[in-house]
Ligand binder design. Sequence first.
Ligand code: PMT
Length: 411
Amino acid sequence: MSASTSVSASPERILVGVAGGIAAYKAAELVRRLRERGVQVRVVMTENAERFVAPLTFQALSGEPVRTSLWDSAAEAAMGHIELARWAQRIVIAPASADLIARLAQGQAGDLLTTLCLASEAPLFVAPAMNRVMWANAAVQANVATLATRGATLLGPDEGDQACGETGVGRMWEAGAIAEAVLEPRPDPAARAVLAGKRLLLTAGPTFEDLDPVRYLGNRSSGRMGYAIATQAQRLGMDVILVSGPVSLPAPSGVRRVSVRSAEDMREAVQAHVSGTDVFIATAAVADFRPSERSDSKIKKRGDGGLTLELVQNPDILAEVAARQDRPFVVGFAAETHDVERYARDKLERKRLDMIAANRVGDDGCGFDADCNALEVFWPEGRAPIGKASKTQVARELLGMIAERLGELRT
Ligand code: PMT
């Protein structure tokens, strides 16, 4: 079996399409972010977008003339819309209004932006922004689903405060998150074909087991491995719920995060969300033990004597999910310092997992609280390595393996 990975390099020429909406001002920040990364950017605005931001803003930020009309005689004499459609290596529409999404879904070509989208073979990214009730409307959802079916990548929207004063889902992703998503290598189409639309539940980070109001037992997990998997799974079109222990990372865009503290909290959150899950991945470094009692007040020094703590075992969240009648595809992690295969295979069998990803910790600066990782992945009939790489790349390869394995089990 070969690990599935990304299929093409980052683009150098990106066309930003700006539709009419209050989030149009955030598109200016997006252009800056893309330029900072050395990308050539050209901007096309709809007529309504010009009501919110002046083309001059985008011209100054992109260093290129901004196109606003299909009827620009100078540009169109040289078939400007076709030239733009061929020039773009990726097209990102931010903000994408309900109206623009509808016109794209219908294949309309009434203005420059929709025309060049029809005429281009470049991958299309759509970052919706609209009032929460509009976003929830069945017509909008049907149009978005049509675009996704045709291969467009949906970036958001997020949940939060909206310009209209309401709170809910409909806020455009932040410019940095859009830039990052558009610049990433294209997700592996084979992995996407298997995983898109599937629900992923995953645990990440450490758990903190409180001793008293100011002290706890914890570990060095930063959450980065789990958050990287959540981000990449979302990009593959999965519906992701991330149950996270205490970490200092922001929630990945488009991912539902449930924040917890202790192993018992994590178990409760997993049990609450596991039904209907297709894939469960346990990256969390869950404390195996917790203090048998939590003191309500700060434990004081008692003379020169030491302190003996009594610990009790925590529930095994992963084993509980694997024991369910309606079990999803279950992937565990293992952090081992030696005898990696023996311990990992033991966990695979004992906890009845479909797959286990083992990291050798303490070896080469990877694993706990690091930006890189390296895994040896085992399943009942096989194994495959994922070489030392960024956690983002490791996450891509692991998801590729899960997709392959799920595909094999389906056939
Ligand atoms: O968070 P980072 O800094 O990015 O680091 C990532 C990581 C090193 C923490 C991660 O890659 C990793 O290896 N996670 C598993 C850590 C571990 O120590 O696992 P374990 O051998 O204790 O447990 C085995 C598996 O059972 C794990 O999937 C764990 O989530 C799960 N488990 C363990 C105990 C328990 N009570 N409940 C569980 O679900």
